[in-house]
Ligand binder design. Structure first.
Ligand code: HEM
Ligand code: NAG
Ligand code: NAG
Ligand code: NAG
Ligand code: NAG
Length: 325
């Protein structure tokens, strides 16, 4: 009997998990704040515009911040929370996420709170800022359905569930699948690496000690290695490397050209050549100058923005994005 009850329980858990995964994004809608805070989206856009025009290099980390938020506990603003005396938050987690641009989220939140206190969530503000920032550096603008609510939990160790830069294609596919994203989303969203910078330390082992024998990753174009080594000396922990040299501040389709030439910065970028579907996509975009990349990116960003959201009465609307109420 006990076994039977266990099986029933297991089945119920499977059903709950399925419903949860299908329910990704349920309760979000375009223009969610139309009645309750009609100027919210315009306020966020104008704050983002003024900040990004002063510091265009912050657009990339803001996109990455949204990705990290969504991949850890769903898009619930957990990445924005500060550590407290008794809890180390995601943003201070190992790996140190090297995220930047929190002050822009805080500025947007302050301005929105002044117009409509307690109405617009930090998770929604982050989703809007990421979109507006990328649009401002010549990227595509995707629709952002709203109505996310803020979580109350942020745990440093959970940031380990983010894909590491040395992930192989099998790990990447299964990690994305666990968030309800498919192989196409993986190759499309990886195109986010067309903007921004990486620390030399992130690729040090690829350049200098790949298998522990002082060697270089053979999947890296050997003609590109001297360039990377000239930028990044061994043990350099501070220098920033442009993800897409020459156009790291503008959102374009160069990423796929780089990856197809085996010049992607991370093993996770190179790994996209190890699967039939992802490598076909990389080659197609490289040959066609990104014919469908922008429209695909919009679709996948909408999907990513729905991962594990809290809606309805779940969670809360934080007063300040760095603190739970
Ligand atoms: C597919 C798995 C992914 C891995 C393994 C990965 C890994 C990384 C790593 C290691 C860095 C550099 C950190 C540093 O050294 O400072 C980085 C930067 C970045 N990532 Fe990813 N990432 C992935 C997917 C994504 C996605 C889905 C997006 C957004 C759609 C994204 C957007 C970015 C951006 C914009 C930067 C540059 C940030 C800056 O300029 O500070 N990444 N990523
Ligand atoms: C959150 O942490 C940041 C960086 O450490 C700090 O500047 C900010 O004042 C903190 N916010 C609050 C509300 O404590
Ligand atoms: C995390 O990274 C930031 C920015 O690169 C740096 O200022 C900070 O000291 C790092 N924190 C830890 C704990 O390594
Ligand atoms: C990918 O990495 C995992 C974990 O390190 C390993 O078990 C697996 O064999 C690797 N797969 C491939 C195809 O390299
Ligand atoms: C390379 O890696 C091996 C094995 O992890 C380590 O013993 C060695 O000290 C490393 N060499 C350098 C130069 O970091």
């Amino acid at each position: 009997m006990a076994t039977k009850r266990h099986i029933t329980l297991a089945l119920q858990l499977v059903v709950v998990a399925l419903v949860l995964s299908i329910a990704n994004g349920k309760g979000l809608k375009l223009g969610f704040y139309k009645k309750t805070c009609p100027r919210a989206e315009a306020i966020v856009k104008s704050i983002t515009a003024s900040k990004i025009s002063l510091a265009p290099s912050l657009a990339a980390p803001l996109l990455r911040m949204h990705f990290h938020d969504c991949f850890v506990r769903g898009c619930d603003g957990s990445v924005l929370l500060n550590s407290t005396k008794n809890n180390q938050a995601e943003k201070d987690g190992p790996p140190n996420l090297s995220l930047r641009g929190f002050q822009i989220i805080d500025a947007a939140k302050t301005a929105v709170e002044a117009a409509c206190p307690g109405v617009v969530s930090c998770a929604d503000i982050l989703a809007l800022v990421a979109r507006d920032a990328i649009q401002q550096i010549k990227g595509p603008a995707w629709p952002v359905p709203l109505g996310r609510r803020d979580g109350r939990v942020s745990i440093a160790s959970e940031s380990r569930t983010l894909p590491p830069p040395n992930a192989n294609i099998t790990q990447l596919k299964s990690l994305f699948a666990s968030k309800g994203l498919n192989v196409k989303d993986l190759v499309v969203l990886s195109g986010g690496h067309t903007v921004g910078t990486s620390h030399c330390s992130t690729i040090a082992s690829r350049l200098y000690n790949f298998t522990g024998k002082g060697d270089t990753d053979p999947s890296l174009d050997s003609d590109y290695v001297p360039f990377l080594k000239s930028k990044c000396k061994p043990n350099d922990r501070t220098t920033l490397l442009e993800m897409d040299p020459g156009s790291f501040r503008s959102f374009d389709d160069d990423y796929y050209t780089m990856v197809s030439k085996r010049r992607g910065l991370f093993q996770s970028d190179a790994a996209l050549l190890d699967d039939k579907k992802t490598s076909a996509y990389v080659k197609l975009q490289a040959q066609s100058h990104g014919s469908t990349f922008f429209s695909d990116f919009k679709d996948s960003m909408v999907k990513m923005g729905k991962i594990g959201v809290l809606t309805g009465k779940a969670g809360e609307i934080r007063k300040v994005c760095t603190l739970v109420n």
